[in-house]
Design a protein around this ligand. Structure first.
Ligand SMILES: N[C@@H](CCC(=O)N[C@@H](CS)C(=O)NCC(=O)O)C(=O)O
Length: 281
């Protein structure tokens, strides 16, 4: 059962927040959901947005400006929180890049984290099931796409690459592309999955691209040239991996933009149009 937490009229539609008891995360989880005006009279496709480190479901819905173009294209946008919260795990609130606000979209296997930190299964399975069931009359269940920012850009790419055909399109803002090779990724993957580096490879876009076999993926990525976290994101690794594998990548270097929501909101319309192209066929 989902419980409505807030509801605001926006661009002729509704921006809402719901809370539900997650079976995967074993705690209450919140998510934002935008219903475009079209959802009042027909079923609409859903685009899932995965946020970055430190975010709750609020950052994206209040700062990205997504509602304007989602209303234009008739897309429902679902934005979950970035981790389980309040699980009383020792150290869960100690750092900004691990634990609360930093679930990294993996299913943890380490003893301390494995009961709650199941964000991969949560975003790929449980949440779509909840959305398709609870909002049955508004949602087109077989039409979904995924995008995200930074840690969530990594999450979006991993979701699309590990589930060929499930998502009609994928895009990212400043994604962490090669987490086995950067400090944020190495800390999270070894913390949640243990030191065994083979299990880390299952959540690394640059490595998953090499073995992807599925419908053609036309990946859109925007990357600010003044992003303060370029050493974590390694966009050139993604360019190389896609080039080697013959995967279509449109990586746009955006001159002077940083890592913030000022950057994300600037290019939001292009990302929504990219997903609409594949979802509104
Ligand atoms: N707080 C971190 C930065 C974390 C950060 O930039 N988070 C991004 C995602 S990776 C974000 O979206 N932050 C929330 C916001 O800007 O609203 C730091 O101090 O280094």
């Amino acid at each position: 059962m989902t419980k409505e937490v807030s509801s605001n009229r926006s661009f002729g539609g509704w921006q809402k927040v719901f809370e539900h008891e997650s079976e995967e995360c074993k705690c209450p989880m919140k998510f934002g959901i935008f219903f475009p005006p079209q959802a009042e009279s027909k079923k609409c496709p859903v685009v899932y947005y995965l946020s970055g480190l430190t975010c709750t479901e609020q950052n994206f819905i209040s700062k990205s400006g997504v509602q304007r173009s989602a209303a234009k294209h008739g897309l429902i946008i679902v934005a979950p929180d970035t981790s389980p919260r309040g699980c009383n795990i020792e150290g869960e609130d100690d750092s900004y890049d691990f634990g609360s606000g930093a679930g990294f979209y993996v299913d943890a296997t380490e003893e301390k984290w494995k009961t709650n930190y199941r964000m991969y299964s949560y975003v790929t399975k449980e949440l779509p099931n909840v959305i398709n069931k609870e909002f049955e009359s508004q949602v087109e269940p077989n039409k979904m796409s995924v995008f995200g920012h930074s840690m969530g850009g990594h999450g979006a790419l991993v979701c699309a690459l590990k589930n060929p055909g499930k998502y009609k399109s994928v895009s990212a803002f400043a994604p962490i592309t090669n987490p086995t090779q950067c400090p944020w990724g190495q800390k999270a993957l070894s913390g949640y999955l243990g030191k065994d580096s083979d299990s880390h490879k299952e959540y690394d876009s640059c490595l998953l691209i090499k073995k992807y076999q599925g419908p053609k993926l036309d990946i859109l990525v925007d990357q600010g040239t003044k992003d303060q976290f370029l050493h974590e994101l390694l966009p050139e690794h993604l360019v190389r991996a896609c080039g080697d594998a013959g995967m279509t990548l449109n990586l746009r270097n955006q001159e002077g933009y940083d890592h913030s929501y000022y950057f994300i909101s600037t290019f939001m319309d292009d990302h929504i149009a990219h997903h609409a192209k594949y979802l509104n066929l």
